[in-house]
Design a protein around this ligand. Structure first.
Ligand SMILES: Nc1ncnc2c1ncn2[C@@H]1O[C@H](COP(=O)(O)OP(=O)(O)OP(=O)(O)O)[C@@H](O)[C@H]1O
Ligand SMILES: [Mg+2]
Length: 236
């Protein structure tokens, strides 16, 4: 069994179904990208995994069915969800945000080491360590969101449109750090991105979602070789 496995998962808001039988399989230390147009169900897939939306079907994480556990318990099991656009606490400083990320941990020395690691990963944050998150640029806020999630020592990171609204060079900078994070820690990742070039720079495999269904699944090389994927997501 894979580290994370979605089997025929449906999700709905109220009575409106949005995912119609989504399946996905992610090995430990693997990374998978989810591509798709606006409204396809990418965010809802992440919400289904972290328990923020009503689902049916099985969501197996490390041998346990986590469907319906809710966000607090999935976080405790090691799933860090970095939601679109709001992964930080604006009133708190950069350092406080990092400490909040680590609030479940008791290993204070390792927390201090991990803060240093985050600042090495994102040197921009080091200069801003005492600034409130609200005062950061959009790029710095996304860096902080990723760093804060890392501070919880998760085993699975769910990234939702981390590059959205960033200048291309800033998006690249953030994703270079995510690539390094993946290489240097034992993390599995699901990367939701409209920017497929950035997503493909991190992941091994990808899924294309259309109206709540996976219509294509394959290795990065397979998908990047498909005309339909190149036209829709890679600009030719
Ligand atoms: N809180 C909500 N209540 C009701 N419907 C919702 C809610 N959130 C999303 N939806 C609907 O669910 C469908 C899937 O939305 P979702 O946010 O998962 O798409 P997405 O692929 O992440 O899109 P985007 O690229 O715009 O972020 C859409 O039709 C959307 O309108
Ligand atoms: Mg979304």
């Amino acid at each position: 069994m894979s580290f994370l496995e979605l089997e025929d998962v449906t999700a709905s808001y109220g009575h409106v179904p949005v995912l119609h039988g989504m399946s996905l399989s992610l090995p430990e230390n693997g990374a998978i990208g989810i591509l798709g147009a606006n409204g396809a169900g990418k965010t809802t897939t992440l919400r289904a995994i972290s328990g923020m939306v009503k689902t049916t079907g099985r969501i197996m994480f490390d041998g346990k069915n986590i469907a319906g556990l809710g966000p607090y318990r999935t976080a405790k099991l090691g799933i860090a969800h970095i939601p679109e656009g709001r992964g930080t606490l604006p009133q708190l400083s950069v350092r406080e945000n990092l400490l909040v990320g680590a609030y479940q941990r008791r290993d204070r020395k390792a927390v201090a080491t991990d803060i240093d690691y985050c600042l090495d990963l994102f040197p921009n944050l080091e200069a801003r360590i005492k600034a409130s998150a609200a005062a950061l640029s959009g790029g710095e806020q996304q860096m902080l969101a990723v760093a804060r999630a890392f501070m919880a020592k998760p085993r699975l990171m769910l990234l939702d449109e981390t590059s959205l609204g960033l200048a291309p060079t800033t998006g690249r900078l953030v994703y270079d750090a995510i690539i390094r994070l993946r290489r240097e820690s034992r993390l599995s990742m699901i990367v939701v991105e409209q920017n497929a070039v950035l997503a493909f720079s991190v992941v091994d495999e990808a899924i294309v979602l259309e109206t709540g269904r996976a219509v294509l699944t394959g290795s990065k090389a397979e998908l990047m070789g498909m005309d339909a994927v190149r036209r829709a997501y890679l600009g030719g």
